[in-house]
Design a protein around this ligand. Structure first.
Ligand code: ADP
Ligand code: MG
Length: 250
């Protein structure tokens, strides 16, 4: 569905993505993990054409991303940026409806679509009349997801969508999101730096290191057959907070 071929992107001296090739299969969830600064967010921006590569090509479906094709391709892709990215001066409804209004959808069609999405993400409809700063973190993320889904895109790109949430709300939303992904059958690229979340969502996991793919495959493979000491160290560094209790008992 999305293919990157030998893509590089640098910012001044900083190499964000280095000669990277990757295939994102259709109708699966591919998780990008890796330490801070390893190029996860840059990779998403390259996939949706918000950042142009210095070298290499990005192909979405059958179309190569160029300055000319990016605007129409972008409409087939929903994107949730790291901080949610809602406009604070628009209500939840205003945020969700923005692109559809821009494209000239009839008011009825917009209302119907929003009602369906409100059900899907299990948001209290009254929340849509409020402004993002008045909402809880979990409610904001549900609105961000609705906005990303509004035009019924083939592809969903989510950049650490649950990163800022407290653990219980996060667990709730993880369950809801995974159910939504399975129900919709969309091509999802999900960025996280949390290994547990990666295993929970990912049909496939791609571990990045300094803008390159260190290892990719099912999470089980990264755990059982790590490609390098870096893979082991990355996983070890994130063992669960209760694990030491078991170790103490042994
Ligand atoms: P991640 O999302 O994995 O934390 P990023 O893709 O944000 O990583 O960043 C990868 C590298 O590129 C980092 O070194 C970062 O500082 C750099 N970088 C990313 N975006 C920019 C930008 N707009 N300007 C300058 N440097 C950037
Ligand atoms: Mg990032």
């Amino acid at each position: 569905m999305i293919t990157l071929d030998a893509v590089s992107k640098r910012y001044g001296d900083a190499v964000a993505v280095q000669d990277l090739s990757l295939s994102v299969p259709a109708e699966e969830t591919t998780v990008l993990i890796g330490p801070s600064g390893s190029g996860k967010s840059t990779l998403l921006r390259l996939m949706i054409g918000l950042t142009r590569p210095d070298a290499g090509t990005v192909v979405v479906g059958d179309t190569t991303l160029t300055a000319a094709t990016a605007p129409s391709l972008r409409r087939r892709m929903g994107y949730v940026i790291q901080e949610g990215g809602l406009f604070p001066h628009l209500t939840g409804r205003g945020n969700v409806a923005l692109m559809a209004r821009h494209l000239g959808w009839a008011a009825d069609r917009i209302d119907d679509r929003i009602a369906d999405l409100t059900d899907l993400v299990q948001l209290d409809p009254d929340r849509l009349e409020q402004y993002p700063p008045e909402l809880s973190g979990g409610q904001r993320q549900r609105v961000s997801l609705m906005r990303a889904l509004m035009l019924d895109p083939d592809v969903l790109l989510l950049d650490e969508p649950l990163g800022a949430l407290d653990p219980m709300i996060r667990a709730d939303l993880q369950d809801d999101l995974r159910a939504i992904f399975r129900r919709l059958g969309k091509t999802v690229v999900f960025v996280t730096h949390d290994i547990g979340e990666a295993g929970f969502f990912g049909d496939r996991v791609v571990l990045l290191r300094s803008g390159e793919v260190e290892q990719q495959g099912p999470m089980r493979t990264l755990l059982d057959d790590p490609a390098s000491p870096f893979v082991t160290d990355f996983i070890q560094a994130q063992r669960g907070p209760l694990e030491h209790l078991h170790e103490d008992r042994e």
